[in-house]
Design a protein. Structure first.
Length: 343
């Protein structure tokens, strides 16, 4: 007889993981003591039904908004999963997954509500899955949203021993009258760059190539989780007039024009790249411009706001734990000029 378990799928292991998720150890916490949770609504109370059912239910009434609009994002962490598997260390990659979704979502001016994850592997190892999901839950807590559901897939024959993949899905809400974007950006606006924690989850096909054979030596650089910017966005939204925000992911600085109108350019001063990026550039032999168009190069989020608010906003960000810099201004441009120009 060949049953499902003998063919490679352990239903009991999956059930055990769901039970653990429903009754996890109480180890999630918000580590940023400078941020006041009173600045964001407690959306946990809106969960009607979460993990364990066929679908999750969330109360979507927002009487405090004149025109609530749902915001949705999905992403993965790319080939960084190969390094998590290589080191058998899944304690940070869950944060990568949450950050890649939540950091996109906040660029609309929206507030994250809930998150779902997808975790797939050849053979489900409870310790690895729990480490990954603990990281997801902690990142959700820091991003003030609920891990409301997800899916774990065991697929022998599709994934090799030790391999896995993951995807994330975040949903938020924004008042249509208060959305950020190109329609607000204007000449004279200031641009603030908020520092990244390293490579984040982009460019890892190149990164793995240039560090091949030396992964252990550069483990800290390679596994450093993506920085979460949700609290920065909440504080800025509550205290300043923000016009746009751009998450510096794949494509690097070319993400900035996505939130700018056609008739303006960003004039930026060059900043010093952190050592981890300098080492990649040295090994790959690529130009500064190629680096900026591939990686975040040290600035993980760009904020466009009224110039008179720039210094106060920068200082506020530093107070709550986000190193930031005023990098430039928005200026008018001719049709032939690029959208990003270096001062």
């Amino acid at each position: 007889m060949i049953d499902y378990k003998k063919s490679g799928v352990d239903i009991q292991a999956g059930d055990d993981l769901v039970s653990w998720l429903q009754n996890p150890p109480n180890n999630t916490q918000n580590t940023n003591s400078n941020f006041s949770k009173s600045d964001v609504p407690d959306y946990k109370k809106r969960v009607i039904s979460g993990i364990g059912g066929f679908a999750a239910l969330f109360d979507g009434r927002f009487q405090d908004m004149s025109h609530p609009v749902l915001v949705s994002c999905t992403d993965g962490v790319g080939t960084k999963v190969k390094l998590a598997s290589y080191f058998n260390d899944f304690t940070g990659v869950g944060q990568d997954l949450v950050a890649m979704c939540a950091n996109d979502l906040i660029c609309t001016g929206g507030t994250p509500l809930f998150f779902l994850d997808y975790y797939a592997t050849g053979k489900l190892d409870l310790n690895s899955a729990q480490a990954f999901l603990t990281s997801v839950k902690q990142a959700c807590e820091k991003s003030h949203m609920v891990l409301i559901g997800g899916e774990t897939a065991e697929m022998p024959g599709v994934y090799q021993a030790g391999d896995f993949d993951c995807a994330g899905f975040s949903v938020g809400v924004v008042d249509k009258e208060k959305m950020w974007g190109p329609h607000l950006v204007q000449e004279g606006d200031a641009i603030i760059g908020i520092e990244s924690s390293g490579y984040h989850s982009n460019g890892y096909s190149l990164i793995r190539k240039v560090f091949e054979g030396e992964y252990d030596k550069y483990r800290q650089w390679l596994l450093e989780p993506t920085k979460l910017y949700v609290e920065a966005a909440i504080v800025l939204k509550n205290e300043f007039e923000i016009h746009a925000m751009a998450h510096m992911t794949g494509g690097g600085i070319e993400n900035l024009p996505r939130v700018m109108p056609e008739d303006v350019k960003a004039v930026l001063k060059k900043w010093e790249m952190p050592e981890c990026f300098v080492e990649v550039q040295r090994r790959a032999g690529i130009s500064d411009q190629e680096m900026r168009e591939t990686f975040n190069c040290g600035m993980g989020l760009m904020v466009i706001l009224k110039a008179e608010h720039a210094e106060a906003a920068q200082q506020k960000l530093i107070e709550i734990g986000y190193n930031s810099h005023i990098l430039g201004r928005i200026k008018s441009k001719t049709k032939e000029e690029p959208h990003v120009k270096w001062a």
